[in-house]
Design a protein around this ligand. Sequence first.
Ligand code: C2E
Ligand code: CA
Ligand code: CA
Length: 717
Amino acid sequence: MSENGRHSPLILVVDDDSTQRALLRRALENDGFQVEEVADGAHVVHVVRRVMPDILLLDVVLPHVDGFTICAKIREDEWSKNIPVVMLTGLEDTASIQRAYQAGATDFITKPVNWQILNQRLQYIQRASENTWKLLRSEARLAHAQRISNLGSWEIDLGGTVTHMSDETREVFRLTEEEVTLETLSRSIHPEDLQLISDARSRALTAGDPYEIHYRLLWSDDSVSFIHEQAEVKLNRDGKPAGIVGTIQDVSERRRLEQKLEHLAYNDLLTGLPNRRSFKAALEHALKPAHSPGGGAVLYLDLDRFKRVNDSFGHSSGDELLRLVASRLTKCVRHNPTDDRGTSRSEDMVARIGGDEFIILLSNIQNTEEASGVAERVLKNVSFPFNINGAELFVSCSMGLILFSDESDAESLLVKADNALYHAKDMGRNNYQFYTEDLNERDQDRYEIENDLRHAMPRGELELFYQPLVSLVNEQITGVEALIRWNHPQRGLVLPGRFIPVAEENGLILPMGEWTLQEACAQAASWIEAQIGPLRLSVNLSARQFLDSNLVIKVANAVMGAGLDPSYLELELTESVLMEDTGASQTQLANLKDLGVRIAIDDFGTGYSSLSYLQRFPLDRIKIDRSFVRDLIQNSTEASIVTAIIAMAHELRLEVVAEGVETEEQYEYLRAEGCDVVQGYRIAQPMPPDRLEAMWRGRNENVPAEPGPADQFERSA
Ligand code: C2E
Ligand code: CA
Ligand code: CA
């Protein structure tokens, strides 16, 4: 197999002379090569990107641009720079041969072509090129591994004398060459960890066990480094232990990032309260009868007219207000006077679930009176003025409540509490309402959506928009994300946030998702055909689709039906989808990868957030959720999280996309932090395919403004 997965190597022949092309084709096909031809030099770089030949056979003399120029261009192109280029030259003067090499040619062959030699040369180049690819890959891996790991090596003999120590190891221990002894080394080790190390080493020497341990180094300023050490016994010629050889690695940075991301997974950074994820976990726990014998309630709270505070006093005042509200709410539940049964109320939890919305889990609440008691207390406490930067600010809040007994499923409890909150807002704000069955106007709306959605596909009301993804390396559009739209006959354009959840619930997402895959792949293939791109196509998959046992077949059908190379397709999954059931998701992912498609994690940061956890999946990139990007500039916490995510992802060799990039500042920040790709209104909104085409033409360079005449590129049979 060749580098590009083909069974016989593909040669792209560039020659303006049609007789010469025909001759070359016949000879090469005879020798078992596949052949593609281009007559005109103007589009070669583009065609090369498209077909990714194993070798390019390039005539020096061409009508519009000469072969040297083309060769040089190929060497500059990120996608094709490693493809071997063989120049065909009729001029046997050393000057043009030299020029060919200067332009980056791999080899040259003189015209008239000696067919025997041509075959041998190409075979040879093809083999050499395969080896180069392998080498490039392993070199890149090795360099990367060394760079990221800071692996240091060392050896000690039986007497404890240090017999070898690499520079990296010395740097970790902050010693100069003269200072290195076992004693100076031990000096930096955290006293509590000394025993652990000496135990591991003596076990290694007595029982021959290799070991792997983590320990700490303690510095004079009380700072700590975290060390990962692996070692084994070194044997002498007689097979007796002669000492210990090992490696060490300073993993402090990774540790720090991990802790930060873990914290981020469960907490709201602004207020320090638990986030929605923690809250749901606590609620699900509380809903198990054994855990809350006394019953409980959910209280959903929203500050009234918070936007006005933000607009008139600025974001930082808004943030400060949220922090103060958080602390008052926490106090409200801790000293709850309704707790007269003397039971511990430790299960209470106040969480911030976004913007100005908070949610409180009340345990040991048996009836509406008890719940009202808490709500009254909250209303009163929030009504006292807040002192922000010397100014007194008055706010109020609205709340929706529901008792556990009305619903036993966490998700529906939240939806119903939210419904009740909505009602409280309708009732003029600054009050609270309990959920009642007739509060289901919103359910009514949902019902209509669901009904109409059944007809949407057959009636052709669904449509795909595409949003460009731009590389921060060269600022070119390198991909698009397909985003579904619904042209509703009465409601107009309906966004997916409105109908995807409904479709997921009733299963319509399966046929809909299949349609999306087919439609998007066909679009991507037709763009490639029209020489637009190469564009990577991202398609969203919902949880239900991912769990579908026929998913792989559906994806395969979509790419093959469209004639699209699967490597152009990237499927976007959210973290929660992967978290559901690891066994099955591992297999599903492995099968998708075997098919050749790429996998991205969508909305990264909103779910579990442990990149180390995600490491077990074969991922290609992660997309940082737009909530982090949104607050990047105003909020240094968000900024440092984004920085940490980028660093961590790169360490795991994942590409990073930032979503929702709206401003120049965000764009520049992300570029400076080494983010790879951005997507967002700063570049463009999602748009119909024809507008995307126009935008691509206007933006990406070295591409003809009009598609070239059809005969410039002929596909071989
Ligand atoms: P997503 O996958 O996170 O897609 C990105 C969403 O962010 C899109 O919303 C896009 O219009 C919006 N967006 C892009 N740039 C910006 C920006 O700079 N600022 C802001 N505020 N928003 C930006 P859209 O199209 O409404 O889609 C919403 C969600 O619906 C998507 O979120 C995705 O989860 C889901 N979705 C869309 N199409 C499909 C589909 O075909 N299948 C499935 N399963 N889900 C889809
Ligand atoms: Ca997405
Ligand atoms: Ca997303």
